[in-house]
Design a protein around this ligand. Sequence first.
Ligand code: UFG
Length: 340
Amino acid sequence: MKKTVLVSGGAGFIGSHVTVELIEAGYDVVIADNFSNCDLTNYNGACAITGRKLPLVEMDFCDPEAVEKLFSDYKIDAVIHFAAFKAVGESVWEPLKYYRNNVESFINLLETAERHGGCNVLFSSSATVYGEPEELPVTEKSPRQPATSPYGNTKQICEDMLRDTVKAKPVIKGIALRYFNPIGAHPSALIGELPRGVPNNLVPFITQTAIGKRECLSIFGNDYPTEDGTCLRDYIDVVDLAKAHVYAVRRMLEGKMKEDYEIFNVGTGRPVSVLELVKTFEKVNGVKLNWKYAPRRAGDVTAIWADPTIANKELGWKAERTVEETLAAAWAWEKRVAEM
Ligand code: UFG
């Protein structure tokens, strides 16, 4: 019997890539999305790549009745929970919007899953939980630091909710994947990142500047204590990241978890500076980018990258694509968006 995976936020950037990898690995998928931060582009792209009309439920996880109906309508073997707001800056100005959406939706999901006899729950967490790390690279055992934004706090709260629920309710199993910096797009250029308004994140800002949508990229800070003075991050290809979810889901469904709640870092283990990323983008794609140094951005950590050893060993997963391949895919996607 094919297993069914519910993907909340499945029409978004990461959710659509994960959907494609799940289908290719032989799972059935139900996508649930409220389209609060995306349109149908990635859903349609995922259907085109997989050659299927993927089941789609338009709903909000903050609506407990809608979640109840979803679990009644489908036999769900595992859930991957992406549905959340993710703009760090906005979360500072609109904290309650973030707490309500990100935390309440997850409570509804866990309560409903338990009522329906339990579920394997994969939570989409973030390296933001490590804050400014004291030691690099960070392992899953590195201490979490107090969150510097409500967004980051919602990730910590949801991790804790999952941990505590798993402990109290044996029918729920959980995995939290802590993503580093997901970038890039599917090699087909049929799905990718589609931020609304001015992008907050580096790579969409780079590609939009290269295509002429933005005038100039600001590199936030060149006085950090790093080799070239710009911040270091662990940029993970979104397709590699998506594959990590398939391995994690399989681990849960095949009963291979060593503990009922597990955490994995999903990164490459390779630090790249902002300046290096910009230069690599220019080189790989043969484009000249208009950029300048600007003051540091509030809340940015100097450096963070993953020790992915545990994910490599336990999940049997490893990041494979090079930064060059990933930046070429990001550019191919931006060019395709320009034609839409
Ligand atoms: N940056 C620029 N210019 C830009 C945008 C970003 O120089 O226009 C720099 C940032 O200062 C940072 C790096 O590029 O040094 C990466 O910034 P992103 O915004 O792309 O990513 P962050 O590392 O800030 O954020 C990511 C995720 C968040 C998560 C955070 C945790 O996008 O969801 O990691 O650290 F909370």
